[in-house]
Ligand binder design. Structure first.
Ligand SMILES: [Zn+2]
Length: 708
């Protein structure tokens, strides 16, 4: 059981601190229909629309958890008693999909409660309940009675097709991956190793959280770092002494991007790249060796092969080849950028032989942006008042996906200005689902932007279709006295991205909850949303709603947009090669490190980092502070993988008569990608949408590579 929650990896999630009074939030509810009306309409289409209860006390949280587990366990016990002669698709794999729906809905909802409840005690109770939920779900994987029933059905080698065949295959694959097909002794060994692994990875992460890298500087050493930053509490620690922490990302970037003195940047970089070295060095080796042992016990050549099997790439060789190709493709762009940085450094230092080191590139990239592109993204805020931007975005999605959004008064609210929206098909009027909008920051609330799935789409046993409900949780700047909430341009990009996830959920037609909406391969799930980010960069799109809130006749200046984009592109090669270095080292570590191999993880990583971007400082150990190795293990390549698909998919809109407003292409996206969800292999869905085989070209073009 996986929680339906996407922490989007887009690098523009911002937390806006919430200590301001709450002036009138102008977008008061303007419901145009009631929930009952919407539900009655759904019934006519044989659809079910439900809203989740939202727990408001710790007792209610515990009650929900206990009841849903007890109900599921009773149904599972019944399933587990089936003899080999009694098993059918419906009472085994089909039944599992049905039995797991209510506990999944409860777990999803408690996950939302944990991140949004205004009451600390309720959030804590939800956190505890979720821990118990996940223990329960792991135990379920090892229930032999259930496995025996499902296996008895699989052993009949039933002739299944489509979604049913995929459901049986993946259910059996999950059991195999958990070790259920091994003899009892070996399976217990796998279970023991998995538990040990879980403890070790928790230790690795907590060492990262505990790592501190204080460095003291004089004001002269920090020449170039803004005063406004240095006067902050806790930073000025003496007359001419400033203490900065390499483990605080904000401090790290401030110094690396702004400090004029190379020795300052170098010193801070070395401290940063040695964080958690002592604690995590030996631990990392242990973790990688254990993962390798587990993978090989389960019949895989490496942990990378094991992890990638259920994803689009299927195996580590494919993922590795993909990264190597991109690395090669980006070489000329990287060379050009580094040559430019070198020129700038030679000019600045007066040394004609100046070289660019790892601690230099952020500084010169930042200088380049300031000098050449004169970028000030802040001046765009006035064009994006929240209400107007939100409505503008909704209008665009309505148009391209053939849907209608109507605001509904929420029967229960966890925060006063919560919005609830109903989604219908604009042709037939069929209700498709509902989504909540929780817009502003507050104490204890989740502090980025994300979409939380609550109710999955699913064909119910009685033939009706359970339509989905999700919540989009945002942290937009709250309105100020005399000024509406004004969004930054990167928040507009995030909004278009996140709403893509909402659409993925709403438009589902998958029969089983397991395949509903965004329940797709992990290296594919971000692609449609990454594609939709392009909309927020297009002047034609923005001109439909973006206008200066003080003078609506004033549209967004195209020159500023162009400048922003050019500035980003100017250093994209360096930025992207850095991403690729992470993907490459992640795959290498999870393929090459094994007990007795003599491969040292830190050395191997340093060699890859040096070879892909710039030589790393001697004795540094970047990987001991690289938390992604714990939960995105052998998965980091997925960011680039999805980027390439996203650019390819965007090109279909770009080459169509209506551009980003093309209704026929929107409908194709709806039918071939969103409606099918995980019910067929993503490669098939992508190629049906593209109408041709997949290509890397659009991505390379977008990255600023000259292609033939
Ligand atoms: Zn996302």
């Amino acid at each position: 059981m996986k929680l339906k929650f996407w922490l989007c990896v887009a690098p523009f999630a911002f937390f806006v601190a919430c200590h301001c009074p709450t002036p009138s939030r102008s977008h008061a509810d303007k419901p145009t229909m009631t929930l009952t009306e919407f539900q009655a309409k759904a019934a006519k289409f044989n659809d079910v629309i439900t809203l989740p209860d939202y727990e408001t006390t710790p007792e209610a949280v515990n009650h929900s958890f206990k009841t849903s587990i007890a109900t599921a366990d009773a149904a599972l016990d019944k399933l587990g008693k089936l003899g080999p002669s009694q098993v059918t698709f419906a009472n085994t794999v089909g039944a599992l999909d049905t039995i797991m729906l209510p506990p999944s809905v409860t777990a999803n909802r408690l996950n939302l409660v944990k991140e949004t409840s205004p009451k600390a005690a309720v959030r804590e109770a939800a956190t505890d309940a979720l821990k118990k939920f996940s223990e329960w779900a792991v135990g379920l994987e090892y229930r032999e009675d259930i496995y025996a029933a499902v296996k008895a059905f699989a052993d009949q080698q039933p002739k299944l097709t489509g979604e049913e065949a995929k459901l049986l295959d993946e259910t059996m694959r999950d059991y195999r991956r958990a070790g259920l097909s091994l003899p009892k002794g070996e399976r217990d060994e796998v279970e023991r190793m998995r538990k040990e692994l879980a403890n070790l990875t928790t230790d690795f992460e907590s060492n990262i959280n505990k790592a501190r890298g204080p460095v003291t500087f004089t004001r002269a050493e920090l020449d170039g770092v803004p005063d406004a930053f240095l006067v902050q509490e806790g930073i000025k620690t003496g007359d001419d002494e400033y203490t900065l922490y390499a483990n605080i990302t904000f401090h790290y970037l401030m110094v690396l991007e702004n400090a004029k003195r190379e020795d300052t940047r170098r010193k801070f970089q070395i401290v940063h790249d040695s964080l958690a070295k002592e604690a995590n060095g030996p631990l990392l080796k242990q973790i990688l060796e254990l993962r390798d042992q587990i993978a090989r016990k389960l019949g895989y050549a490496s942990w990378a092969d094991y992890e990638i099997e259920p994803k689009m790439a299927k195996n580590s060789a494919t993922a590795m080849q993909f990264l190597e190709n991109l690395k090669k493709g980006l070489q000329p762009k990287l060379d050009g950028e580094l040559a430019l940085f070198r020129e700038m450094k030679a000019k600045e230092t007066g040394n004609p032989d100046a070289q660019i080191y790892l601690w230099d590139w952020r500084y010169y990239a930042n200088e380049l942006k300031k000098e050449k592109y004169n970028v000030d993204a802040e001046q765009l805020r006035v064009f994006f008042p929240l209400d107007q931007t939100l409505q503008g975005m909704l209008d665009i999605y309505q148009k391209i996906f053939g849907v209608t959004f109507q605001q509904v008064a929420p029967p229960a609210k966890w925060v006063d200005d919560l919005q609830l929206w109903a989604v219908s098909d604009s042709q037939t009027g069929e209700p498709l689902g509902m989504f909540y909008l929780d817009l502003f920051p507050r104490d204890g609330k989740y502090n980025h932007f994300a979409v939380f799935g609550i109710i999955e789409g699913k064909q119910l046993d009685d033939g009706r279709y359970q339509r989905p409900t999700v919540a989009m949780v945002c942290n937009f700047p709250p309105p100020q006295p005399g000024q509406p909430s004004l969004m930054a341009h990167d928040e507009v990009v995030t909004l278009f991205h996140e709403f893509g996830h909402v659409m993925h959920a709403m438009l589902t037609r998958a029969r089983f909850a397991r395949f509903s909406g965004s329940n797709v391969e992990r290296d594919f799930v971000e692609a449609p949303s990454q594609m939709l980010e392009n909309w927020a960069w297009d002047k034609t799109v923005l001109d439909t709603f973006a206008a200066d809130y003080r003078d609506p006749s004033r549209k967004i200046p195209g020159a500023i947009l162009d400048q922003l984009r050019a500035a980003e592109l100017a250093t994209k090669g360096t930025w992207y090669r850095r991403q690729l270095s992470f993907g490459l080292l992640d795959l290498a570590l999870h393929s090459q490190v094994r007990a007795g191999s003599g491969v040292d993880p830190i050395q191997l990583s340093n060699q890859i980092l040096s070879d892909t971007l710039l030589p790393v400082p001697e004795d540094s150990s970047f990987v001991t502070y690289f938390g992604h190795l714990m939960h995105y293990d052998a998965g980091y390549y997925g960011y680039a993988w999805a980027d390439v698909i996203a650019a390819d998919m965007a090109s279909v809109f770009e080459n169509s008569p209506g551009g980003y407003f093309d209704v026929a292409t929107g409908l194709k996206l709806r039918n071939e990608i969103y409606a099918v969800g995980g019910s067929r292999p993503p490669q098939e869905s992508i190629e049906k949408f593209l109408g041709r085989p997949q290509s890397n070209e659009p991505f390379l073009k977008k990255t600023g590579l000259a292609t033939e």
